[in-house]
Ligand binder design. Sequence first.
Ligand SMILES: NC(=O)c1ccc[n+]([C@@H]2O[C@H](COP(=O)([O-])OP(=O)(O)OC[C@H]3O[C@@H](n4cnc5c(N)ncnc54)[C@H](OP(=O)(O)O)[C@@H]3O)[C@@H](O)[C@H]2O)c1
Length: 249
Amino acid sequence: MKQKSCILVTGASSGFGREVAVRLSANHPVIVHGRNRERLEETLAACNPAGKHLIWEFDLSDVNGIEESLGRFLSENNCAVGGFVHSAGYMKQLPLKVLTVDAFRQSFDVNVISAGMIAKVLMKRKVNRDALKSVVFISSNVSNFGVKAFGAYAASKSAVDGLMRCLAVELAPAVRVNSVLPGGVRTAMTEQIYRNEDVAQKADAAYPLGTGMPADIAGAVGFLLSDDARWITGQQLFVDGGRTVNITI
Ligand SMILES: NC(=O)c1ccc[n+]([C@@H]2O[C@H](COP(=O)([O-])OP(=O)(O)OC[C@H]3O[C@@H](n4cnc5c(N)ncnc54)[C@H](OP(=O)(O)O)[C@@H]3O)[C@@H](O)[C@H]2O)c1
């Protein structure tokens, strides 16, 4: 007998993923994913204690192992996934002259290929029993714009948005697929960038709505997963405090 459908959140050991998992745990069992059990336990400790939440520990660099690992995890735990949020991400600032094939591959493995392979598992009737209803990929506002030294990362985010649009068409009407495109928010991923006071001040000035928080991203994800978004699919939702419409000099 299957339980109430779960929400799978990758990258739930930190930043946006953790915020999303904690928020959604109010109404759903969540599967929190990451590589570090201690940080995943911290996320679970902040989740609604009434829910039966689970940990899926897996390194998404191993893209060839995703189907087996996730399929086995879902069967062993007898759970069906109704919502999938891909927040796990790899970002390294690399100017072209130091860009490596390995860094390119890591960006694509974690940010794109794993998103597609997880979606594939969740669409297997024998594994997930047609439970999947909504998918949200955490992309980035650099998916559509240019930033120095972000080539590999931005290319992977544009790719995940391409995947999002194709899956939105392919999986309709059963499943809605959308992306959230955050602007810069202080998390473990961006800590080093914001440590530079000058950069931090310039960055904040560029955001008409001021500084964003992980909760701002989680709110948008919660909306896209919910039935309030029942006629929305294939869309990029910018959540960046107006950063990308600000052309003030
Ligand atoms: N923060 C921003 O300003 C910003 C802006 C735009 C988009 N984003 C996107 O938002 C998403 C979340 O980023 P964040 O800011 O919340 O970063 P974060 O706090 O550093 O969290 C990143 C998460 O990804 C997981 N992860 C990284 N590599 C992994 C791998 N190989 N296998 C499994 N899990 C892996 C990490 O798990 P471990 O605990 O195992 O390391 C962690 O849970 C990312 O996709 C990022 O590209 C962030």
